[in-house]
Design a protein around this ligand. Structure first.
Ligand SMILES: Cc1ncc(COP(=O)(O)O)c(C=O)c1O
Length: 440
C-alpha cells in the first residue's frame, strides 16, 4: 500500500516529540496493525517492540474491543461527565478497585498520563488545604522522571532540557535519580542504591515537610530508559513519606496493567502509595483514557470538608472524563487481560527476556542494560559528544529490518507486547545486536 500522504499534508502536521525535518524527509508511515506487528505503507510487517508507546500490551486490533467500541457508539456516544453519569463509568470504577492495591478505592477519570499526574498532584495539594494545612504545596519529583507534557508534568518531572526550553513553571524540587554506575548490567532490581531514598530527608530539611504536599515517582522509570528501582528503595521512600506526612504518588502510566507481571508495579514491588496514576494500557491504547486511583481517606477528607451536599467537593475534571467509549474499551481490555492471562504470562516469560537482552552485553557501544518484566533499556556510548545520534541510527536500522523500538537520549527502550513469543524475543535481540554493531 503506497502512502497517500501529500507534501502539503506532511508540511501541515506539526508532529509531537518528533524530529519533524528528519521524519518528513524520510517518513515512517504505519497504516495497519495486527497482534504484535505493525504494517507500514510498503506492506512490511514490523515487530512492535514498544507496544505502541507502552500502550498496546495485548497486541493490536482485538476484535472484541472494536465490537465494544462500535456498540457503545451506537448506544450512547457521549454523556456529560459533570453532574450526570452513565453506568459503564461506575462499572469500570468498581472493576478497577478490585485490581488496585488495598485502600485505593476511589477512581478519578482523565484522558491521558499528563492529566493523570496533574490530577493526582492537584488532589494532593487541595487535600492538605481541606485538612487545614494549606502551606503543603510543593511537589517533589525525581531527576529523569517523566510525568507528562503539561506545566505540572514538566515541573515535577525531571527530564533534562525542560527548564532550558520552558523556564520555570510550578514549584517543585527533585530527588536524585536512582541509577548509579555500580548498578551497570544489573538483571532486574539493582542490589545497591536504596539509600538514595534518604535524599528526601535533605529536601525536607531544606523546604520543611510543612511545605511539601507529595512525592511523585515512577516506580520504574520508563521514558528515562527503563531505570529499575533498587531493592528496598521504594519501601524506604514510603516510610519517609508516612513519617513526615507527605503523600506518595506512584506514576504507573507505563507500569500499570501488566508491564511488571502484576496489574500494578506497586504490587510487584510490595509498596502501596496514596495514589496511582494510570493511562495507556487501561484501554490497550485504543481510546485515550487514564485513571487516578486514590486512597479512601483522601476521598473522605474531601467529602467531609465540602459542607452542603450540593457543593462540589473537587472542582476539577475534563469534558471527556469517563467517556462512554473509553469505558467500553477499558472494560473489554480488563476482560481480555483476564481471559488470555496476559499478566501471568509476562511474569512467566520475563526471565527468558532478561537472559536474551543481557546477551547484548559486550556488543560495541553498549554501556548498560536494564530490565524488569517486559521492559528493558539499553544505554549507548555517546559519539562526538552527542548522546542521541547512535540510538537514533540504531533505531532507524531496526525499522529498516522490521523492528520498531523507541530511542530517547542515549538509550534504546523496549516494552514488549505481552503476547510476544519466545522466538520473537530472540529475533528482536539478534536484530538489535546487528543494528548496534553496524553503527560507527
Ligand atoms: C510515566 C509517565 N507518566 C506520564 C506520561 C504522560 O502520558 P501522556 O503522554 O498520555 O500524557 C507518560 C508518557 O509516556 C509516562 O511514561
Amino acid at each position: 500500500m503506497e502512502t497517500q500522504v501529500t507534501q502539503k499534508g506532511l508540511d501541515a502536521y506539526w508532529m509531537p516529540y518528533t524530529s519533524n525535518r528528519q521524519f518528513k524527509a524520510d517518513p515512517r508511515m504505519i497504516v495497519g496493525a495486527k497482534g504484535a506487528y505493525y504494517i507500514d505503507d510498503k506492506g512490511r510487517e514490523i515487530f512492535d517492540g514498544l507496544s505502541g508507546l507502552w500502550t498496546c500490551g495485548m497486541g493490536h486490533n482485538h476484535p472484541e474491543i472494536a465490537q465494544a467500541v462500535g456498540k457503545q457508539l451506537s448506544e450512547l456516544d457521549y454523556a456529560p461527565a459533570f453532574q450526570f453519569g452513565h453506568p459503564k463509568a461506575f462499572e469500570l470504577a468498581e472493576r478497577l478497585t478490585e485490581l488496585t492495591p488495598q485502600g485505593l478505592n476511589r477512581i478519578f477519570y482523565v484522558n491521558s498520563g499528563s492529566e493523570a499526574t496533574d490530577t493526582a498532584t492537584k488532589i494532593a495539594r487541595a487535600y492538605w488545604r481541606v485538612n487545614g494545612q494549606p502551606t503543603k504545596t510543593r511537589i517533589i519529583g525525581r531527576a529523569k522522571g517523566y510525568h507528562g507534557a503539561s506545566w505540572g508534568g514538566i515541573s515535577y518531572g525531571g527530564i533534562g532540557g525542560n527548564r532550558k526550553i520552558w523556564g520555570q513553571a510550578m514549584e517543585a524540587d527533585h530527588l536524585p535519580h536512582t541509577w548509579q554506575p555500580s548498578q551497570a548490567f544489573s538483571q532486574g532490581m539493582p542490589k545497591t542504591g536504596a539509600e538514595l531514598a534518604d535524599e528526601l530527608l535533605e529536601l525536607i530539611a531544606l523546604h520543611d515537610a510543612s511545605n511539601i504536599a507529595a512525592v511523585i515517582v515512577e516506580p520504574m522509570s520508563g521514558s528515562a530508559g527503563v531505570i529499575v528501582p533498587p531493592e528496598g528503595y521504594l519501601q524506604r521512600l514510603r516510610e519517609l513519606c508516612s513519617q513526615h506526612n507527605i503523600l506518595l504518588i506512584f506514576d504507573e502510566v507505563i507500569t500499570g496493567f501488566g508491564r511488571t507481571g502484576n496489574y500494578f508495579a506497586s504490587q510487584t514491588f510490595g509498596v502501596t502509595p496514596d495514589m496511582i496514576c494510570s493511562a495507556k494500557q487501561i484501554t490497550n491504547g485504543t481510546v485515550p483514557m487514564g485513571a487516578v486511583m486514590v486512597q479512601d481517606d483522601i476521598y473522605q477528607a474531601y467529602m467531609a470538608a465540602a459542607g452542603a451536599a450540593h457543593n462540589i467537593e473537587l472542582p476539577h475534571g475534563y469534558t471527556y472524563s469517563g467517556h462512554p467509549v473509553a469505558c467500553a474499551a477499558a472494560l473489554t481490555t480488563l476482560d481480555l487481560l483476564e481471559k488470555h492471562q496476559f499478566i501471568p504470562r509476562v511474569a512467566e516469560l520475563s526471565p527468558h527476556f532478561e537472559r536474551a537482552i543481557h546477551t547484548l552485553k559486550g556488543a560495541q557501544h553498549v554501556v548498560d542494560i536494564r530490565n524488569f518484566g517486559f521492559a528493558a533499556g539499553i544505554s549507548i556510548a555517546h559519539r562526538d559528544g552527542d548522546p542521541a545520534i547512535r540510538p537514533f541510527e540504531i533505531a532507524q536500522k531496526l525499522w529498516q529490518s522490521g523492528f520498531y523500538v523507541r530511542y530517547g537520549g542515549d538509550t534504546i527502550q523496549l516494552g514488549l507486547p505481552f503476547c510476544t513469543e519466545l522466538n520473537e524475543m530472540d529475533r528482536l535481540v539478534d536484530a538489535m545486536g546487528d543494528a548496534i554493531n553496524s553503527v560507527s
